[in-house]
Every structure is written in C-alpha cells, then in structure tokens.
Design a protein around this ligand. Structure first.
Ligand SMILES: Nc1ncnc2c1ncn2[C@@H]1O[C@H](COP(=O)(O)OP(=O)(O)O)[C@@H](O)[C@H]1O
Ligand SMILES: [Mg+2]
Length: 128
C-alpha cells in the first residue's frame, strides 16, 4: 500500500492471470502458519495503533493472504481510536473478531486479549 496525500493506493493482490488472493476466511493454515499470520497481523495492527488508528471493520473477510502473507484490505473506514468516542470500541471489536477466527483454529486464547491490551496502550501513547 502507498499513501499519497489524501489518497490510499492499493495494488491488486493476486496472480498475474487476475485471480484474486484468497481471503483469510477461505484458508486453512497449519499451526505454524496460523501463528506466523497472527504475528504479522498483530504487527500491522501495532503500526496502526502507533498512528492512533484501528481498521474499523476487521474480520477474516478483510484480510487477504498473498504470497503466503496476510494483507489488510478494505480500510476506508479506518477509525481514529483516540479522537472518535467509539474508537476504543472499534479497536476491541477488531481484535476480538480477528482473534476469534484464529482461536477457533487453535491459537492460544490468551493472545488476542494480550494484543488488545498492547494496542490500547500504544494508541493511547500516540495521542494523549
Ligand atoms: N485482490 C485484491 N487486491 C487488492 N485489493 C483488494 C482485493 N480484493 C479487495 N480489495 C480491496 O478491498 C476493498 C473491499 O473489498 P471487499 O472486502 O471485497 O468489499 P466490501 O467488504 O466493501 O464488500 C476493495 O475496494 C479493494 O480496495
Ligand atoms: Mg470487505
């Protein structure tokens, strides 16, 4: 993704023949892949949190798996966690909804709660 002024440009994610990358929801990761994808997504959410944002509509349908790595899509409603009164609620919903998909597939159930605590802290640090 690249950000130019007020525009967000996202390149096509898929194969050169035009087949789109699969949604996370359509994948069946092995345990090591599942944990690696969770870790990558946690990193992406951390970057957003450091900027004071959360995705706002995160689920296994708004993540594509491209070249073996998860990519967030569908970000037009990205939410200001601090300035928006509903921000903390969106952050919580994002992490819980994504976390439920992963824990239903064997991720450590403590991981989403840990991430939520961390992201709350990071978004708070960003803008008091
Ligand atoms: N294969 C893809 N490559 C790049 N971006 C995609 C791809 N599929 C979807 N997107 C992006 O995600 C946005 C939302 O897609 P999608 O989740 O399918 O729609 P919605 O949830 O709004 O019905 C699209 O507008 C597009 O920017
Ligand atoms: Mg979508």
């Amino acid at each position: 993704m690249s950000v130019a002024g007020t525009e967000v440009l996202l390149e096509f994610l898929g194969t050169p023949d035009g087949t789109a990358a699969p949604r996370l929801a359509a994948t069946r990761p092995a345990a090591d892949e599942r944990d690696a994808w969770w870790h990558e997504l946690a990193g992406a959410l951390g970057i957003l949190a450091d900027l004071g944002y959360t995705h706002g509509d995160l689920s296994a349908y708004n993540v594509l798996v491209h070249d073996g790595r998860p990519v967030l899509i569908d970000l037009p409603q990205v939410v200001d966690v601090v300035g928006n009164p509903q921000g903390p609620g969106f952050l919580e919903r994002d992490v819980r909804r994504l976390g439920e998909w992963f824990t239903a597939r064997g991720l450590d159930p403590a991981a989403p709660e840990r991430l939520l605590t961390e992201l709350r802290e990071r978004s708070r640090l960003r803008r008091p």
